[in-house]
Design a protein around this ligand. Structure first.
Ligand SMILES: NC(=O)c1ccc[n+]([C@@H]2O[C@H](COP(=O)([O-])OP(=O)(O)OC[C@H]3O[C@@H](n4cnc5c(N)ncnc54)[C@H](OP(=O)(O)O)[C@@H]3O)[C@@H](O)[C@H]2O)c1
Length: 344
């Protein structure tokens, strides 16, 4: 997909030391951007650290008063409370924020954009000086649904996600590592604090806190974010989000009811033509999307496309993606370039 050409601009990566931050650094190295400066920021704890980028060692500074002065665009990959605190400060410094956290995603005057799906919405960035990127579940779901929506409309979506521990940050990655090592060495792991239960050799049907309606934060967010990106406020979405003992890589089983009939073959054609999507679908050869095939890929892999005989206009599909790359970094970098290209 082509990116609007940008003039040279200065970029800050806030949260550079985190999982998403490091994936953004990789995606930036692969992108053809003209950066006059790349400033790496993290919590004051990381001040003085150095990160390798494009063969150079770049220093990490603390996110402190004045840190965004002179910065044109900042990619935020920090906890939502940090984004909330620093959004207005960025605005005061005339720095546009591309936010990867959940802080602003559902605010009506903040555009929520997956560049391949609804880039036009980015124009709304002027209202608050912030454009938000959805979470990996909504990003990958919207990429797979958008071509089906264009081809036949969407009525209802039922999705079950299989989410890696990286979705809960570095502490959860460390918890799985420690638990797996302990169990492989016949030791009972100490209870972890990053996830509600032992995750090694287990599945946990809870991603985020439960709301009063019995849905988890992730299940509610996935539905709301997908509806916003697809401009489909009436789309019925039922989600079950499950944490699985994978370090990286996201997957989802998706059942769709379209408004008009769409055969599996026509759905595959629509998906093949869509940006940000790769069809991986040859069941006779056991070829289908799997997280291990999606590592470092800027596309979501979609396969197991088949008609659902249990309902009119029903389709089933399975998708897999690199949660940190496609689920976060690819969109954040592309949005930073698009914002920079629109600077006055
Ligand atoms: N993991 C995913 O798959 C994923 C995908 C999409 C979006 N997100 C969102 O992206 C954000 C980062 O997630 P992550 O998985 O990368 O988390 P992470 O690995 O825990 O990293 C958090 C980053 O935020 C920095 N940070 C924490 N408190 C800070 C503060 N007060 N000031 C400045 N920097 C601070 C940390 O710096 P230090 O190293 O100095 O502590 C670190 O760089 C979260 O909002 C998350 O919800 C995550």
């Amino acid at each position: 997909m082509t990116t609007t050409p940008a003039r040279s601009f200065s970029l800050a990566l806030v949260g550079a030391t985190g999982l998403v931050g490091r994936a953004v650094l990789d995606a930036l190295a692969d992108a053809d951007l003209e950066l006059s400066r790349l400033k790496l920021l993290a919590s004051p704890r990381s001040k003085g650290a150095r990160l390798e980028w494009n063969g150079e060692e770049l220093p990490v500074d603390g996110l402190e008063e004045g840190a965004l002065d002179g910065v044109d665009v900042a990619i935020f990959c920090v906890p939502p409370e940090v984004s909330r605190a620093w959004g207005p400060k960025a605005r005061a410094a005339a720095c546009v924020v591309v936010d990867g956290s959940s802080a602003f995603r559902l605010e009506p005057d903040v555009p929520l954009v997956v560049p391949e799906v609804n880039l036009a919405a980015i124009e709304g960035v002027r209202a608050r000086g912030v454009v938000a990127s959805p979470g990996p579940s909504a990003t990958t779901l919207a990429l797979a649904l958008a071509p089906l929506q264009r081809a036949a409309g969407l009525e209802r979506v039922v999705v079950a996600t299989y989410e890696p521990v990286s979705g809960a940050g570095q502490r959860a990655v460390a918890q799985l590592e420690r638990e797996a090592t302990d169990l492989m060495n016949a030791r009972e792991p100490e209870p972890g604090t990053a996830l509600p239960h032992r995750i090694a050799f287990n599945l946990v049907p809870q991603v985020g806190a439960f709301g009063a309606d019995g849905r988890t934060e992730e299940e509610a967010r996935l539905a709301d974010e997908a509806r916003k990106v697809l401009s489909a406020p009436g789309l019925r979405v039922a989600a079950t989000a499950v944490r699985v003992p994978l370090f990286f890589g996201h997957a989802a089983a998706v059942n769709v009811a379209t408004s008009r009939p769409l055969s599996a073959a026509a759905a595959r054609e629509a998906l093949r033509a869509a940006p940000g999507v790769k069809v991986v679908d040859d069941p006779a050869l056991s070829v289908y999307p799997m997280p291990m095939l999606a590592v470092n890929d800027d596309a979501v892999l979609v396969g197991r496309v088949r008609e659902d005989p249990s309902q009119p206009n029903g389709l089933d599909l399975f998708l897999a993606a690199d949660d940190l790359r496609r689920g976060a970094a690819t969109g954040l970098v592309r949005l930073a370039a698009e914002v920079a290209a629109r600077r006055q």
